[in-house]
Design a protein around this ligand. Structure first.
Ligand code: PTJ
Length: 261
């Protein structure tokens, strides 16, 4: 069959042929467009998506082995945490709403909407979108605390969520906020397809992978590790080498095996 498809003509996810070689990219584009149409995703989210898509193309749209190790370390870290928190922005909400709920349930993490381009309207829409996808309790509508060192809007967080969290999962986070959260002593798990981003460089556990694969990947590891002893989880964490993961992701992107493209 021919794989020619006009992404602009897709009206529902069912229109995307599952055997299309760029299936994940078409699905992601469609969800982001839908997110923008429904007021969940910021227009800037489309640029972010385009950038991520280029990196993912070079990764062959697959989870590289060291990213899977990172996802396992992330699962161990969330399970060990006293107050794990998952931060959700407009892109994450559009791409993986139900998957965020599953991960939160398995790791007993709080879910907080935290936006770079903050508006009360978009926060309310994202909370209701997450509720529709089975995430019952979502923080973020009340900004009751502030991350020190950040300007007004970007520093606003929930006192019971990100502010109090010891381990925070921050997919697609900006570098300044990642640095400020680290200053507060939090352990940071970052998901970003750019291995050179400042947030990835600052992360305790960087995961260079598409959020649509990484979130279910962490959940799968967390399910497997749920009954593990804390000492086993600590060992998984201490054996994970973030520098090595970032280097192998960069190498994979630069050498670009396009077999799957
Ligand atoms: O909803 P808001 O207001 O919080 O805004 C969210 C965005 C993402 C628009 C905002 O944080 C932003 O402008 O981000 P940047 O600076 O464009 O960075 C986005 C990063 O995410 C880039 O490094 C991309 O490579 C990466 N990225 C994009 N899509 C994905 C991704 N990483 C993993 N999975 C993706 N699907």
């Amino acid at each position: 069959m021919t794989h020619e498809i006009d992404p602009g003509s897709i009206e529902s996810e069912a229109d995307i042929p599952r055997d299309h070689p760029r299936y994940q990219d078409l699905l992601t584009r469609f969800r982001i467009e839908e997110g923008v149409r429904s007021g969940i995703t910021h227009l800037q989210g489309m640029h972010a998506e385009g950038r991520g898509s280029a990196f993912d193309y070079l990764l062959g749209e697959e989870t590289i082995p060291s990213a899977d190790d990172a996802a396992r370390a992330a699962a161990a870290s969330l399970l060990l945490a006293k107050r794990p928190v998952i931060s959700v922005n407009g892109n994450v909400a559009a791409l993986v709403p139900a998957e965020i709920g599953e991960l939160a349930a398995v790791t007993e993490a709080a879910v907080e909407v935290n936006l770079f381009h903050r508006t009360e309207d978009r926060i309310a829409r994202i909370i209701s979108h997450l509720n529709d996808h089975g995430v019952e309790e979502v923080l973020g509508s009340e900004a009751t605390a502030r991350i020190p060192g950040l300007d007004h809007d970007r520093g606003l967080v929930s006192a019971d969520g990100i502010y109090a969290g010891d381990v925070v999962l921050i997919p697609l986070e900006d570098g300044d906020r990642a640095a400020a959260l680290q200053e507060m002593g939090k352990r940071e798990i970052v998901i970003d397809l750019n291995p050179l981003s400042r947030s990835q460089r600052a992360a305790d556990i960087p995961i260079v992978d598409n959020v649509i694969r990484a979130i279910p990947g962490i959940t799968e590891h967390a399910r497997e590790l749920m009954a593990a002893a804390p000492s086993e989880l600590e060992t998984i964490l201490s054996e994970f080498d973030s520098e090595e993961h970032l280097a192998s992701a960069e190498e994979r992107i630069r050498s670009g095996d396009l077999e799957h493209a």
